[in-house]
Design a protein around this ligand. Structure first.
Ligand SMILES: [Zn+2]
Length: 236
């Protein structure tokens, strides 16, 4: 009987040591990099040579959550179309080496002031808000670029607008000055893009396509590249 008890004690001790060793393993794993960190490093490594490397861009997908934005034909919500477009934009910017910050990643309502505060805290090199338009006259169509301050962001507006104009078939409705809440008191160069009318049936068919979003994404990358290059030339 006594020997059995001793054997049991030894077995229990061994089990305890084994468990403790497993615990050590856990803490060792805690110190190793997470998959996310490794991915991020790979991304940084591959993007050092990217066209937009060294630049931070904030993308602001308009509306979200309880705020659907404009409602187009077939009850299509602006917030959903915006999400379709901002995902490829985010991807294209990352692939070009930019550090990208999104004001919203989920379908949530974020107050305009909060979006602006995010920009003023992060101080990106450019802030781009993405929207779609709607109008009572269904024949109205085209894209606009808005800016607030002539000296701070007109060149950013010009560069992106021109690049979009070269890439998309929508009517060019021009570059306009407006005091949108996300642009006003935004300390960095900030623009707002209205990328088409959801109230125009022909235009809706175009802007709903993945191809359109991809074209817009590539045009934004080219526009930013041109803007940053000109900016660097101006300051040097
Ligand atoms: Zn909007």
């Amino acid at each position: 009987m006594k020997r059995k008890q001793i054997t049991m004690l030894i077995i229990l001790s061994l089990l305890f040591i084994l468990l403790a060793a497993c615990g050590d393993n856990d803490s060792a794993e805690g110190k190793t990099k997470t998959v996310g960190e490794t991915e991020q490093e790979t991304l940084n490594a591959t993007t050092d040579s990217g066209e937009l490397s060294g630049h931070t861009v904030m993308i602001d997908p308009g509306h979200g959550g309880r705020d659907p934005g404009s409602i187009g034909i077939n009850d299509i919500y602006e917030k959903d179309l915006v999400t379709n477009t901002t995902k490829p934009i985010e991807k294209a910017l990352r692939e070009a080496g930019a550090n990208v910050i999104m004001t919203r990643k989920e379908d949530v309502k974020i107050p305009l002031k909060e979006r602006r505060s995010m920009s003023n805290e992060a101080m990106p090199d450019a802030f781009i808000s993405i929207h779609y338009n709607s109008f009572e006259d269904s024949s109205v169509g085209g894209f606009h670029t808005y800016y607030y301050s002539q000296e701070k962001e007109y060149r950013l507006a010009q560069s992106i607008h021109q690049s979009l104009g070269n890439a998309i078939s929508l009517k060019d409705r021009g570059i306009l000055e407006d005091s949108y809440a996300v642009l006003r008191n935004n300390e960095v160069p900030a623009i707002l893009l209205e990328l088409g009318f959801m109230s125009n049936p022909e235009e809706l068919a175009v802007i709903q396509s993945d191809e359109y979003s991809q074209t817009v994404a590539e045009a934004i990358v080219r526009g930013l590249k041109n803007y940053f290059e000109t900016n660097e030339n101006v300051s040097s």
